[in-house]
Write a protein that binds this ligand. Structure first.
Ligand code: C2E
Ligand code: MG
Ligand code: MG
Ligand code: MG
Length: 265
């Protein structure tokens, strides 16, 4: 892991191998200082029960507040990964989410974890240390991991088992968008499956595409049920979508219809 990370980090200082645009180079340089300059913040988006619409938890979504404006994680997380900064940023996210849990502002938090963080042999111990230092119950925390993070399934299994032993839960984020979906959920000890927005987008439309989308979601829910996983549907934007997804067997729903990501308090 270290070799890979420093190898990629080194490329940043090697002009010959740096294929990044000037804008990306500038952004990466600024990202080095984002933590010390206190420019990172978390937005939280509610996750609700599909039957009663009650808030059961919140997903933490990182934002970078630059003097020039807000930068989205889709833009800077990949840069943080290739510049060797994701470990620092990931720890910051975890600690801040733990503090927000500790403060009682939220009861349960889901935190997104990058593949590189997850691959670090010390990762589970780091998580444990943060939870202990801040004083948070592991069952208040869900770690969201995308399938690409689980490609090396054998190694992932070890880390997942360690995290599981701590008592926290793992969600497979963006289910269905990777290559390994089916084998990943069949073999890995995850407890929650998040159905990516690409599957929920057409659900609730009064069209053949809408009907097909609902059937696809239903079959994913059936699969999850057979494996005793809980299911979260992502990207719920309309009352029609919410209505149809409520009847699809999903346990939890998340999306702009129920609440946009926003700062706490
Ligand atoms: P994700 O974990 O799948 O998060 C869901 C994304 O969908 C978020 O985008 C959220 O704002 C957006 N979203 C939620 N509801 C709706 C909806 O109804 N409609 C639409 N169109 N979008 C919706 P965001 O905040 O830009 O984050 C993008 C991705 O960046 C996340 O996808 C996650 O993979 C990554 N990310 C966010 N925060 C962190 C973090 O702290 N650490 C790491 N490693 N990755 C993060
Ligand atoms: Mg997520
Ligand atoms: Mg997702
Ligand atoms: Mg995503």
């Amino acid at each position: 892991y270290r070799a890979k990370r420093s190898g990629v980090g080194y490329a940043f200082f090697n002009a010959q191998h740096d294929r990044r645009s000037p804008a990306e180079v500038e952004l990466t340089a600024a990202l080095h200082h984002s933590v010390s300059r206190d420019e990172l913040l978390l937005h939280y988006q509610p996750v609700v029960g599909a039957q009663d619409g009650r808030v059961v938890g919140h997903e933490a979504l990182i934002r970078w507040q630059r003097p020039s404006g807000l930068v989205s994680p889709a833009e800077f997380i990949p840069l943080a990964e290739s510049a060797g900064l994701i470990g620092m940023i990931g720890l910051w996210v975890l600690r801040r989410a733990a503090q927000d849990l500790r403060s009682g502002l939220i009861e349960r938090a889901s935190v997104n974890v990058s593949a590189l963080e997850f691959e670090h042999p010390e990762y589970a111990r780091r998580v444990q240390r943060v939870l202990e230092e801040v004083g948070v119950d592991p069952d208040q925390l869900v770690l969201e991991i995308t399938e690409s993070a689980l490609l090396d399934a054998r190694r992932a299994e070890v880390v997942l088992a360690e995290l599981r032993a701590l008592g926290l839960r793992i969600a497979l984020d963006d289910f269905g968008t990777g290559y390994s979906s089916l084998s990943a959920i069949a073999t890995l000890p995850v407890q929650i499956m998040k159905i990516n927005q690409s599957f929920t987008r057409d659900v609730g439309l009064p069209t053949p595409a809408g009907a097909r989308a609902l059937e696809v979601v239903r079959s994913i829910v059936a699969l999850a049920g057979a494996l005793q996983l809980e299911v979260v549907a992502e990207g719920v934007e309309t009352p029609e979508q919410a209505q149809a997804l409520m009847q699809s067997g999903c346990h939890y729903l998340q999306g702009y219809y129920f609440g946009r990501p926003a700062p706490l308090g």
